[in-house]
Design a protein around this ligand. Sequence first.
Ligand code: MG
Length: 203
Amino acid sequence: MKIIAVGRNYVEHIKELNNEQPEDPVIFTKPETAILRNNDPFYYPDFSTDVHFEVEILIRINRAGKNIEEKFAHKYYDEIGIGIDFTARDLQSKLKAKGLPWDLAKGFNGSAPISAFVPKSQFPDLQNLNFQLDLNGETRQQGNTSLMLFKIDYLISFVSRYFLLQQGDIIFTGTPKGVGPVQVGDVLTASIEGQKMLECSVK
Ligand code: MG
């Protein structure tokens, strides 16, 4: 399986990092080894002193497809979840300044804690979902999927022009505003529509 992630998909987050609003989705990948499941702890890496949380809605692909038309994209996923796109912001900033790929800053071990997945049918409208991240019990990010620049079905259509999507692939759909640093000892929790789905301790 692979992890495909979308950068700069919420306007307020683009502004907080002083980035340009993209014409096309900004896509990057993380290796499978980035995944943390079952609320496993995150071990703070020694190459960064500025690891940020980014809470994101996840889509799990349920069958293979390429060149998927946007109008058929909904047939390619049944389940959603929530995850954290941990980012070594100091390393990413260095790489960005040199025009180099972000892979090391985004794809390191444990950089993708994910929740269990739940049927999308539980939610009346996937493009109007509230989700949030709490840090040590204090809400730090609150998003709604209606604010995505590029909607889920468009993202699937776009990505499938380049990558064969396969069953089990996970798409991180971008983070809303409010990203910030974590420290050893922090506990992060992520929820969809008020229901806690993911907890991650920083060790
Ligand atoms: Mg992200």
